[in-house]
Design a protein around this ligand. Structure first.
Ligand code: CTP
Length: 422
């Protein structure tokens, strides 16, 4: 099941230029194919030095194009057609050299010629040494391309293949995939109806981590995937989306304002500082307890006694946001992560936490929910008195689809209600 339903059946022309990051493009091809995308690749001469045409052809399950002067290639699929048959042209890695050619309109090989001849949207994922990236020539080229509507993802900061550290790492395949989905999604481009435009929403996501000493901590298995997908779904419908998240490997959902925290106390403070909001969705797996006396120095084994960790309960963010008051969001949605008697526990949580909706899911061993790609959820709605109004059973969906469906349900609910901030 695709993570990004929008990608199913789309055609991507992937230009792989000559950079060490070309190996990551192989992973990108694999992921695009998993989403149901057709991928056709153009390898620049430099690109073919880093990855072989055979590997690219095997992964893309298509012919690979690399020679502008190939009679067979030109008769089978001229470079003009190559550039027009895709829904999107992606350049990954985009080297300083290819970006310069694109900015100045040079066309001396198949990659640059194809890019000059295309009338389709173009997304570049630059990758280069940090000094090359920072050079005014590259920055001017990037600005020229941005002015022409070329989209860009990355580069990221981090350690570079040349041994230096700085900005120049190509974005990760997962980030490029999300950027491709965003470019192809008319709603994410702000071209569709945006039922949540003008609404402020808050989403919590990921685990929290609670320190024991400077090097150890308590946490849980939450990946943040579901919470991030909800934030993405809400932003896609035009909401001003604030995502308060514990540490996760998930890329920032496009169009959201991300606040990174570690502990439950920090998550609560960030949520309260974000009020007022129209809607709050608490999808984070907040650690229920924290250590009372966090050690200032690393606990040592040779200090005789085994350390005894005294735990104190963390604040309940969902219950705090649900409390009646001038800043209570119009709609508060919680999650119920259960391993047994899912609906029964979820209903009890709905009443106990005084929220309006609960999304209940089974996170038991064997379900693959925690850390997985998919989720089977039930949406419980409360009556004004805190009783159970309704239960909807949703089918097995990708977490992205759960996020989109929940965002649509939220948009339907808030339609016509007064705004938290006008
Ligand atoms: N939650 C929260 N703050 C906490 C604990 C939980 O905001 N300190 C929120 C979660 O984000 C979720 C909901 O409360 O929306 C339920 O979380 P869950 O872990 O299922 O339940 P708990 O409240 O921890 O209760 P229990 O451990 O008894 O299942």
């Amino acid at each position: 099941m695709p993570d990004f339903p929008i990608l199913d059946g789309k055609r991507i022309l992937l230009v792989i230029a000559g950079g060490i990051a070309a190996y990551k493009s192989l992973e990108l091809i694999r992921r695009l194919r998993e989403q149901g995308c057709g991928v056709r690749c153009v390898l620049s001469e430099g690109g073919a030095r880093f990855v072989t045409p055979l590997t690219v052809a095997a992964l893309s399950e298509d012919k690979v194009y690399h020679d502008l002067w190939s009679l067979t290639d030109e008769s089978e699929m001229g470079h003009i057609r190559l550039s027009r048959e895709a829904d999107l042209v992606v350049v990954a890695p985009a080297t300083a050299d290819l970006l310069a050619k694109m900015a100045t309109g040079l066309a001396d090989d198949l990659a640059s010629t194809t890019l000059l001849a295309t009338d389709k949207p173009v997304l570049v994922a630059p990758a280069m040494n940090s000094l090359m990236w920072a050079h005014p020539a590259t920055q001017t080229n990037i600005a020229v391309l941005a002015g022409r509507g070329v989209r860009r993802i990355g580069p990221n900061a981090g350690s570079l293949a040349c041994g230096e550290t700085g900005t120049g790492r190509m974005a990760e395949p997962a980030e490029i995939l999300a950027a491709i989905a965003a470019v192809l999604d008319p709603l994410a481009r702000g071209e569709g109806p945006e039922p949540l435009r003008g609404r402020r929403v808050l989403v919590t996501s990921g685990p929290t981590i609670e320190p024991i000493d400077p090097v150890r901590y308590i946490t849980n298995r939450s990946s943040g995937r579901q919470g991030h997908a909800i934030a993405r779904g809400l932003a896609r419908l035009g909401a001003h989306t604030i995502l308060v998240t514990g540490p996760t490997a998930e890329p920032d959902p496009p169009g959201t304002h991300v606040i990174r925290i570690e502990t439950a106390d920090q998550m609560l403070a960030a949520c309260q500082a974000s009020l007022p909001v129209d809607v709050a969705v608490c999808a984070a797996a907040v650690a229920d307890w924290r250590v009372r006396n966090v050690a200032g120095q690393k606990l040592k084994k040779d200090q005789g006694e085994m350390p005894i960790l005294e735990l104190v309960e963390n604040p309940d963010i969902l219950a705090t946001l649900s409390k009646a008051g001038p800043h209570r969001p119009g709609l508060v949605v919680g999650f119920a992560a259960e391993t047994q008697r899912v609906l029964e526990h979820a209903q009890a949580k709905l009443a106990r936490k005084a929220c309006d909706w609960i999304v209940a899911n089974n996170v038991g061993p064997g379900t693959g929910t925690f850390g997985g790609e998919r989720n089977t959820v039930h949406l419980l709605r409360a009556t004004a008195e805190g009783g159970l109004a309704s239960v909807e059973d949703w089918p097995l969906l990708s977490k992205v689809s759960v996020g989109e469906r929940l965002a649509t349900a939220i948009a339907d609910h808030v339609a016509g209600t007064p705004r938290a901030v006008s």
